[in-house]
Ligand binder design. Sequence first.
Ligand code: CO
Length: 216
Amino acid sequence: MTTYEQIFENNKRWIEAKKSTDAQFFEKLSMGQNPDFLYIGCSDSRVTAEDLMGLQPGEVFVHRNIANLISNTDLNVMSVINYAVDYLQVKHIVVCGHYFCGGVKAAMQSRDMGILNPWLRNIRDVYRLHKEELDAIQEEDQRYIRLVELNVEEQCINVLKTAAVQKAYLSNGIPKVHGWVFNVKTGELTDLEFDFQQKLKDIQEIYNLGTNIPPK
Ligand code: CO
């Protein structure tokens, strides 16, 4: 277990390590950020965004919450997406879920979770949308795995529903939206190959905010 004091010792060592490979490392960081990636993942302490992608400070804009949800009434995640798209002009938006996700597990149980209820309801909504497929899976662990994946897919769709992403993609061809899943047990990162262009087309039939043409 790391003690509170050790954190500051670690920090000193980290500074030295960074400087030993590049003496100007922090000076360059202070000039600004220009990351190509926006990563939206779970708050789970085992799923460390930069580490698992092998990225350095300055290379990824990060947002994390319980079960990597993109809720349209969450001002936090909506601000992150808008800032990343409009100001940072990221090339890729990644929604990264993970197997053994406590948030997804909790949403599969019939239990009152207090203040977490409205948050976890987003995952129950994913279950409802895919009830037929999920109910057909006999093994509970397999159903849990599949719900993690379907949740990632539905959150990617929620990213596509935003005006910022639709407008930027239709005029500049970026950002692209990707769904990933991280396996805590093996460390492996898998691209779920979310069909971004097809989904965007489908989404725009109802949620078209990408043009200023008034509705018929
Ligand atoms: Co999680």
